[in-house]
Design a protein around this ligand. Sequence first.
Ligand SMILES: O=C(O)CCC(=O)C(=O)O
Ligand SMILES: [Fe+2]
Length: 371
Amino acid sequence: MVGDLGGRLGARGEGEANSGRLKRNQEYAIQPLKLRPSARSTIRAPAPLQGFQNEAGLGCRVFWSEITRQWIAILPPVTPARPSGQRLVLARPRIVGHSLIMLSPIETLHNPSLEEFRAVCQGGQVPIKLTGVVDHWRARELWNPDYFRRVLGEKTVQATSGKDGSYDRPLYESLTGNEYMDIVEGKTIREEQVYLAGFSSYDHPEFEDDFDHPPWVPRDIMLRIFVGHDTLTGSHFHPYHQTCLTQLYGQKRVTFHAPGQFKRLYPKHILANSNNCSRINFRKVDRQEFPLLEGAESVETTLNPGEMVDIPLHWWHTALGLGPNISGAFHWGAPFSHWHFPQPGLRCLFRAPFKKFPWMRKLVPEGLRNS
Ligand SMILES: O=C(O)CCC(=O)C(=O)O
Ligand SMILES: [Fe+2]
């Protein structure tokens, strides 16, 4: 079921992510920063760079965002001291071309405060796993296939339906909640992937009391809920949003590629509707057609129930649900300072008017829209 993705990427456990292809970079291994006794408990942007988001002028902001990113990249790793005495050790990122490459397994931060989240995750640099953030959610207790069957049973749900698990999902299928949960529980076997992916907590107020917003997620952001069985969401990046993906039932394996590995991920045509998605079918990678993928550096993490991963803006990610599983995701607008240039930033700038003015899509030849 897991196919090529599981075989190629999944064979490496989380703790082993430094082996394999990342091994050649071992000289950059993690080194804890020795904090002076007076060191602050959280890491902040250096004063001259604070507030640069407010600088007027696009060029200026692009310039500063790039300078900041590169400046941060040569800093030693950060280890915020926490009240518990626990220290978070972050890898030293390295610049390859225009991209930052992760050189360590994904690090874990337990129950960060707002300040810690901002210090560690708001730089938009690397994905971080977060634990202890949703322990108090009712969803942690309640959300399982039985519960969804009870809540959605007779209602109609719109599941996406596609053969290859690619991210763009043009086809929808109407099913009753019961019919869909039969698929999730393996009572109905479907050859193609059917996935209740990203339905909105706004449309299903039944789930509203089961979660709340972590302090860093704006209150008006809905939770997008994903329920499925052995699902694959193909590699894509979010053009404008930062994301926290939370696992609530079962396990999900998320594989990341840094933004600058743009070409190695073979994005769809710039005029395609889903020009933030890879053309590669990750269930069965065609190495002849996509030879550059072989050289792409990836990191991955397996989310267990109650764990969350912060997905920075523009990072490619692939999500593989292992068996029956339920997740929720918050997506909220990321500041321009997180953008990665030249790619995918330039593509996202190009894409913006097409999203804002749907009539512009009509100008695109039919054949290219889904290419
Ligand atoms: O869980 C999935 O299948 C996809 C999640 C994802 O890509 C997201 O939340 O941005
Ligand atoms: Fe995503």
